[in-house]
Ligand binder design. Structure first.
Ligand code: AMP
Length: 119
């Protein structure tokens, strides 16, 4: 881990620092949100803590940051005008959870009717 809380080689840490460009839609002192590069719905935003946390599985003891990330995800959904029609918040952990980037992120999905199947 670097002294600024980022992890060497982590693509989302590089996005959060601005080293890799992204389409950023929200930022505060602890959380950043940017559009997914391969959107699965008309609105597909990823909400991540600035500090490197590998997944939700590491965050249960930091309820303040957990709350900040989830509140930011709801703010993003509302800013994307998804509250009335509906949206999904999802996060993946580990191999069987199909996590492909090991930096915690909440998917905000909406803008179309999503499947009720989750796996
Ligand atoms: P997960 O499979 O839950 O770990 O989700 C990782 C997400 O990151 C996928 O939906 C990818 O499309 C997305 N992603 C990967 N690289 C980038 C990038 N450079 N910018 C934006 N989204 C990305």
């Amino acid at each position: 881990m670097n002294s600024d809380g980022s992890a060497p080689g982590c693509i989302f840490c590089a996005i959060i620092s601005g080293e890799i460009p992204s389409d950023r839609v929200y930022a505060d002192d602890q959380v950043v949100a940017f559009r997914d590069i391969d959107p699965q719905a008309p609105s597909h935003v990823l909400v991540a803590p600035r500090r490197h946390v590998a997944s939700i599985d590491e965050l249960k003891d930091d309820q303040e940051l957990l709350g900040r990330v989830m509140a930011a995800a709801v703010t993003v959904a509302q800013t994307e005008n998804l509250a009335e029609t509906g949206y999904r918040l999802a996060t993946n952990h580990g191999r069987d959870g199909a996590q492909s980037v090991a930096h915690l992120h909440i998917h905000v999905l909406g803008g179309r009717a999503l499947s009720g199947r989750l796996g």
